[in-house]
Design a binder for this molecule. Structure first.
Ligand SMILES: NC(=O)c1ccc[n+]([C@@H]2O[C@H](COP(=O)([O-])OP(=O)(O)OC[C@H]3O[C@@H](n4cnc5c(N)ncnc54)[C@H](OP(=O)(O)O)[C@@H]3O)[C@@H](O)[C@H]2O)c1
Length: 304
């Protein structure tokens, strides 16, 4: 199958492209600038908010499936620069949806738990979004662009949450940031009052690959199987990695003066994805075991 993977230099996109190549698919990776992620697939430098550039790339490759993890993901940066967030999270998605429809490709859009306000989690796929803050609002607008512009029945929205993995891609992720800080014996403040469903990037990539290649239409929550607050996540991580738990400082979301609001309880329900897919969302314990193995392997190869 011919599959266009955007954001292929990013955390999810880089892993997704490699999973699909390993499954024998013909992958075209797309990100801005040059290819920085490992993997044997073709690559195009592409600014997704440029409609003509998107059209050219899509027409030339003629994908059967387009998977779009590309996004402006820094929540506070989106709050400070809403126009850039709009271009990356809405205009880019609209461009892809229009191009997908024209060439008859299925579009799988990657979205976020932040489309929910966090007042009444955990959330199922049928719950009504109420995004707060620029990142959340633009991601929700991206979902709406898919629903309006992609061919009916030929789109999927996959919402994920707190994605982490080792090695990190271009930007640090929650898990890698935590490991680096604890390894350096720095104290870290972690929220006791924000409940999320942490998701190992490799597991997310495998679930997205199955959703995309089977072209399962509709909305799916594609995340880890365990809802947990960030402080408890840190404690469990310390247990698996052998880090000092006293470095973790419990804090509350309201204590930090963050530019953008965050949902308090945005955990996602996973019944639908468990029912639909062969690849299953991993428990937090299993995620942390795999995260630790990847970290040990990375340290081994860095030392070699
Ligand atoms: N990471 C999380 O905790 C998390 C949680 C919930 C949902 N999600 C969703 O999961 C998806 C993947 O996230 P991720 O962690 O893999 O993000 P990431 O590591 O930040 O990667 C995003 C990629 O998108 C590219 N990109 C951004 N704007 C672009 C544009 N205008 N044109 C072309 N490429 C552009 C970035 O390129 P540059 O490097 O050039 O900027 C980067 O390669 C996103 O849709 C995000 O909203 C992530």
């Amino acid at each position: 199958m011919k599959i266009l993977v955007t954001g292929s230099n990013g955390l999810v996109g880089s892993r997704l492209a490699r999973v699909l190549v390993a499954q024998g698919h013909e992958v075209l990776g797309a990100s801005r600038g040059t290819k920085t992620a490992a993997g044997a697939y073709a690559y195009v430098g592409l600014e997704l908010s440029d409609a003509m550039a998107v059209d050219r790339a899509v027409d030339a490759f003629a994908p059967e499936v387009i998977i779009n993890p590309a996004s402006m993901t820094e929540v506070d940066a989106c709050e400070k620069d809403p126009e850039r967030a709009y271009r990356a999270n809405v205009t880019a998605v609209a461009n892809l949806a229009i191009a997908a429809r024209r060439v008859g490709a299925h579009l799988l859009q990657v979205s976020t738990d932040y489309v929910f306000d966090g007042d009444h989690g955990p959330y199922g796929e049928d719950d009504v979004p109420n995004p707060r803050g620029v990142y959340a609002i633009t991601k929700h607008m991206g979902e709406e662009a898919v629903r309006a512009l992609a061919k009916p029945g030929a789109w999927t929205i996959a919402r994920t949450a707190v994605v982490y993995g080792w090695p990190a891609a271009a930007r640090p992720n929650f898990g890698a940031w935590l490991v680096n800080a604890l390894c350096a014996k720095q104290t870290v403040k972690l929220f006791v009052d924000q409940i999320v469903t942490p998701s190992l990037a490799d597991n997310v990539a495998e679930m997205l690959a199955e959703l995309g290649t089977r072209r399962l239409a509709g909305i799916f929550h594609v995340c880890g199987a365990t809802a947990v607050d960030r402080y408890t996540f840190g404690q469990k991580l310390c247990g698996v990695f052998g880090f000092d738990r006293s470095l973790l400082v419990p804090s509350k979301l309201a204590d930090l003066k963050l530019a953008s609001p965050r949902p308090l309880h945005s955990a996602l329900r996973t019944e639908k994805i468990r029912e639909a897919l062969k690849v299953q969302p991993l428990s937090l314990d299993e995620q942390l075991r795999r995260f630790h193995s990847a970290w040990c392997e990375g340290r081994g190869s860095a030392a070699a």
